[in-house]
Design a protein around this ligand. Structure first.
Ligand SMILES: Cc1cc2nc3c(=O)[nH]c(=O)nc-3n(C[C@H](O)[C@H](O)[C@H](O)COP(=O)(O)OP(=O)(O)OC[C@H]3O[C@@H](n4cnc5c(N)ncnc54)[C@H](O)[C@@H]3O)c2cc1C
Length: 273
């Protein structure tokens, strides 16, 4: 049964500082951005949180820019904005490719990067991009900002190092040197959650990240090392299968995911040769 909306509380901050103060002094509060993930839970009656803070008015968390050599992406950046951005097309085309595969127009207009990261689903489409790009997450609190490497952000299935008084303010992506590659495999080409998703960079030491094959998004360092020393792709594929831990669930089977992940690795390698 749908969660009763009148039992929910929504705080409307006047700005970022106000939001951070609410999180610290009035918590626990759940951040609410585009609400595309939270609304699914509300509709299914599985939303356990009752008190929220609305991030949508916080313009400080909007926008995309080049800052000190990094591509700065505000947490409230939507998929639509990413798809339309010449800056993202130039610096991080694999993120634009990921954004194009997310949901359909409604979700692309409303869903945000901060929400994708905050939700922490291992199937989140942007997560392998940030893992492969060696990005870091900017966390803001009243104490200031701290930067966490994206690959150290998640501590387990849907858990992260974010404290309850912190917000994801932005993602910062360094210059990516090398050809970028992205592929999502789902039940169909659009409106599908991934069965396996891979983002990779053909750098001198290639970087490969996968989603939907473990409790969190994963990098595969042994596979990357084999690719770096031009080992046969079959050897790299065997290493990859040792480094991922997919499960059977309602979207796919572990066996299928393993086979697809190995195929995607070979495809990445030939496509970027
Ligand atoms: C029909 C449909 C299709 C979808 N298709 C896809 C898809 O193809 N690929 C995909 O990856 N996802 C998909 N999603 C999931 C969802 O749209 C994305 O995860 C989206 O990016 C969530 O962003 P949001 O702003 O709506 O998050 P919200 O629902 O507002 O929040 C999601 C979670 O993140 C937390 N959060 C949000 N912002 C912050 C912040 N700044 N700091 C800290 N925590 C924060 C919230 O507390 C909550 O736990 C789909 C959802 C729907 C309903």
């Amino acid at each position: 049964m749908r969660t009763v909306v009148s039992a929910l509380e929504l705080g409307r901050p006047r700005g970022l500082r106000d939001a951070l103060k609410m999180l610290r002094d009035e918590g626990p509060l759940t951040p609410l951005a585009g609400c595309t993930d939270l609304y699914v839970l509300l509709n299914a009656g599985t939303l356990t949180e009752r008190r929220f803070v609305d991030l949508w008015p916080l313009d400080e968390l909007r926008g995309m820019a080049e800052r000190d050599g990094f591509l700065w992406l505000g947490a409230l950046t939507t998929y639509r904005e990413i798809i339309a951005s010449p800056l993202v097309a130039r610096r991080l085309p694999m993120l634009a490719a990921a954004a194009r595969t997310v949901g359909a127009a409604q979700v692309q207009n409303r869903g945000t990067l901060g929400g994708n990261i905050g939700n922490g689903s291992p199937a989140g489409d942007t997560l392998p991009v940030f893992a492969a790009a060696d990005a870091h997450v900017v966390l803001a609190s009243l104490d200031g900002e701290r930067r966490v490497p994206f690959t150290a952000f998640y501590t387990g299935y849907r858990t992260s190092v974010r404290r309850s008084d912190e917000l994801i303010a932005a993602v910062e992506v360094p210059e990516v040197d090398g050809r970028q590659w992205y592929r999502k495999v789902g039940t169909r080409a659009a409106q599908a959650i991934s069965k396996v998703v891979m983002a990779a960079v053909r750098a001198p030491t290639p970087r490969v990240a996968l989603g939907s094959v473990a409790p969190t998004v994963v990098r595969v360092p042994h596979t990357e090392a084999l690719l770096a020393r031009a080992a046969p792709i079959e050897e790299a594929q065997r290493a990859l299968l040792d480094e991922i831990h997919p499960i059977d669930d309602l979207r796919s089977t572990a066996a299928y995911r393993r086979r697809v992940a190995a195929n995607l690795l070979a495809r990445f390698w030939t496509d970027t040769a």
